[in-house]
Design a protein around this ligand. Sequence first.
Ligand SMILES: *Cc1c(COP(=O)(O)O)cnc(C)c1O
Length: 469
Amino acid sequence: MRYISTRGQAPALSFEDVLLTGLASDGGLYVPENLPRFTVEEIASWAGLPYHELAFRIMRPFVEGCIGDADFKQILEETYGTFEHSAVAPLRQLGANEWVLELFHGPTLAFKDFALQLLGRLLDHVLSKRGERVVIMGATSGDTGSAAIEGCRRCDNVDIFILHPYQRVSEVQRRQMTTILGDNIHNIAIEGNFDDCQEMVKASFADQGFLKGTRLVAVNSINWARIMAQIVYYFHAALQLGAPARSVAFSVPTGNFGDIFAGYLARNMGLPVNQLIVATNRNDILHRFMSGNQYFKDTLHASLSPSMDIMVSSNFERLLFDLHGRNGVALAELMATFKATGKLSIEEDRWIEARKLFDSLAVDDEATCATIAQVFEQTGEVLDPHTAIGVKAARECRRSLSTPMVVLGTAHPVKFPDAVEKAGVGKALELPTHLRDLFQREERCTVLPNVLASVQAFVAQHGNRGKPL
Ligand SMILES: *Cc1c(COP(=O)(O)O)cnc(C)c1O
């Protein structure tokens, strides 16, 4: 399988090179040159497979030529063996023909584990084959950092540096990052906000001289391997609900458009998905596009669902590429306009094409809490605020009552106690067994000033398992 850039000017790459790259050299994002397509008979024959075996069948075409079947099978078995629930991604029924797909049984209790547990293992496999080491740098306001650190903690060939804004992440989220100890794990608290952290990571990718030749790898959701891993659970859920004989609808709590883009790909690979709902919080750039063809930057609002607090959606370009007939030149122009003006609209017929599959809703904090309370009253289930937004959007935007509606349950409620408390749900939430002693564990973290040179000097000093590069 080869991968091409959405802006048409960067060289096509193999899976291995895409894994080790962030943005394409022309500023675009990598996508598969040809998407695999499965027949109805093939999909039907996968019913009842264990998660890792289904994952093997779906992802094999994407890694073909880079990772051998036996190795890949073993990596997948290990990856999904770390999940606490034997079904890996169980479905829980909430209402009539309405389900939550619980994606929070991985080590850090959010869906990001599905991709990052795999990414760490794939990186280590490829790097040990090549005899190389890499440095990972990432910025986080919460879930990504802990999932990335958990995914890389046992990687021999990776040093990971995660920047978070000092005293601006929740205690659970901080402890999930800082209590993972290892000489290749480096938590840095920046005396600044999340944007400052992100800017420093961006600047480090743009000018890598401080790394003395060591390669820098991205773990944010522009990394293709993360999208790839997320395609699997759409198939897994739909197969349990009668696909491919029956269609299924999904409602997806959305920020950077990575998770829902995987659902769109699942459909293009042959899964009968007849509706995808983009559920956003008050940061609603995607809802503005889906409802009115207006995609423009607005101010960032802090919400009760912080993992979806974004101004622009980094993966949206991948959908725009398809909507423009995969014309890289047209996309490069469109994205240049967006960069210059902060806004874009697309031709009416292309937008109508998108609306055949996608619906959307923006849900504010008040409605989020009301939904947590309503679902608790109806079922006794406590939802996390991101998942609650998905449920609200599913109930508002649903096209067909006879089609099973699956809401992606993106995080465990114990990660977001503030929202649960604000919703008036009086049920005490317990950390899962493997995190019971989280508040007693030793933490390791370095506080640094909001100065790029200090951060880069720190990385250069510690980038080789705690020793200088
Ligand atoms: C990251 C995250 C999201 C948003 O996913 P995207 O792929 O960025 O759209 C939603 N909910 C939770 C809990 C997350 O951690």
